[in-house]
Design a protein around this ligand. Sequence first.
Ligand SMILES: C[S@@+](CC[C@H](N)C(=O)[O-])C[C@H]1O[C@@H](n2cnc3c(N)ncnc32)[C@H](O)[C@@H]1O
Length: 448
Amino acid sequence: MSSQPLRDFILQDRPAEAAPWTAISLFSGAGLSDLGYEMAGFQFVVQVEMNQRRAAIGGDNFPSSTWLVRDVRVSHDEIAAAYRRSTSRRLDLLMATPPCQGMSTSNPSRGKRQTPQAKALEEKNRLMLEVIPLARLLKPRIILVENVRQVLTLEVEYDGAKGQVVDLLRDGLQDYEVFPKVVNVANYGIPQVRRRALIVAVHKDVTRPESVLSRNQPPLPLQTHDEQSNNGMRPWVSIREWLEAMEYEQLDARSKDAARGTHPLHFVPAYGPDRYRQVSEIPAHSGRSAYDNDKCPWCGRQKVDAGLIVCPDCGGAMCNRPYVQRDGRPSLIKGFKSSYRRMNPGRPAYTITTNSSHIGSDFKIHPWENRVLSILECADLQTVPRFYDWTRAKEDKTLYLIRNLVGEAFPTYFTYLHGQTLSDLLSTPLTRRKPRDTPPSAHLALRA
Ligand SMILES: C[S@@+](CC[C@H](N)C(=O)[O-])C[C@H]1O[C@@H](n2cnc3c(N)ncnc32)[C@H](O)[C@@H]1O
């Protein structure tokens, strides 16, 4: 089964710490992306996150790291000092995963540059450049910035200059070679289409093997999957294959009881009668949307025209289509083709986002059950190992925060594979690298 290595990765026990490299992360969230790099051999010495709750959950999972609950923009010296207090070694990896609302396509203010909100978003876009002052202070061997792919064409102002983010990084990081690249995690066997820009900057004193130099590409893991199986690659893992392999308990949004499984993170919102009807009348495995429901729930007339909210025969409301009450009358909710839609079972899941429980958002409905995905299923699709400790969020009754954190992360399995690649690069002095002591089986299986 092609999803087996990923299943093993998620279900494994927490590996013993084996960390030849040091790392700092900025905008750490709860460290879900950091975790993959840690599993590949990077010990996080300092993690910086300005939201107290997120940092507290992260702190539970990275107990030997210093968590600074700070605004990165005004804390460069403090971050460098915290690192130097912990170790005299040169920093190996500085990573930054800033928030991306500034250029996300889902941001309604995009393009309206004059509004105060747009200015705040531009400020957010500049956050990627916060690695520059820290690079001057600590001279990390590798710098990594992750964000939505639109950053590669984005213009921002920084330090009196205006330009594309990658060019500004090149100007600010003169001792580095800067490689931008868009990565789709589905190409690494993850059953989710998630395209992100990775900008990797490698210090010029890091010896890069010929293979990396000649490709003029950032150091990245080998692609193993493709949309179609070609060039010896395996086809993308579909959401159907994945959900079946994971054998989740069946859930149903028709009632609170039916919407809850035995795992504490395996539950979904229950719906009232109309909302449930909107979901349940979309045929299982069809990949269709509630807007396509065309049978009148009152008189049974078939093929009611798209766009109508009232049946032309009986005048009853098409309450199996997404609607709101306006002035006492039903009105069809304006939506995109992708909203109120079941996932296509034959493809990987659409990008898991912070609003993974909103059926009005893109492709959020389970391919065949009548519900959205549970937090557990979203966390698994984001490849967060099950050993990750969410106790604090469960005790604080802030389970919604887990959905948010999971939706923001760069998948842990990808960061683990990438961490392996960066580890290989760092262990390439002038001689060949030596083999790892205990290569994780999931990684080997994937490459086999
Ligand atoms: C995209 S999320 C990071 C996700 C993280 N990589 C993970 O895997 O969990 C961005 C994080 O940056 C934090 N943040 C935003 N602005 C910040 C700032 N100026 N200083 C520190 N943290 C900030 C947010 O609270 C959020 O948790």
